[in-house]
Design a protein around this ligand. Sequence first.
Ligand code: S3P
Length: 176
Amino acid sequence: MKRIILIGYMGAGKTTVGKQLADSLGLKFYDLDWYIETRMHKKVSDIFAERGEDGFRTIERNMLHEVAEFEDVVISCGGGTPCFFDNMDYLNQQGDVIYLKARPDVLYKHLLMGKTERPLIIGKTKEQLLEFINEQLAKREPYYTKAKYSLDVSLMDNYEKIKISVQKAKELLGIE
Ligand code: S3P
């Protein structure tokens, strides 16, 4: 039984790498935000708006405990998932966790390009966004670095490089 879990900051490429990693290993892919939206029949941004961040984190933890029981899956978490409750210890107990690590300037570039609404960064100016990423990443790194594996994906901005990241993830996990 395989359960591979990807964590990392918003814009690191968890979903992109996760999908391809799952495909290449013949595993099912689950994105935690997608799972929450499907189970709750509501967008993450609406859950934040209606219940605040605390309400979202409670739902996120409950949904995590469903998804992280599935077998033969690759799961990509939300950027904040490892940083609340005992989620990080739980993740390490449930599977092989890989931290997709990217530099703040790379995350910034990806988040500027991303079209999805991310409630934590909506309405920020470019300057505020960069500052926010720097500050929040510093707070979150102690959680992220508890992952068993860490993979630098700072170079991951085109198809070839994504393929290389997927290959590196497999090498870390010792699977071909
Ligand atoms: C969040 C990241 C988002 C989503 C929510 C909160 C965070 O997921 O769970 O908006 O706290 O970093 P992605 O990392 O997939 O954008």
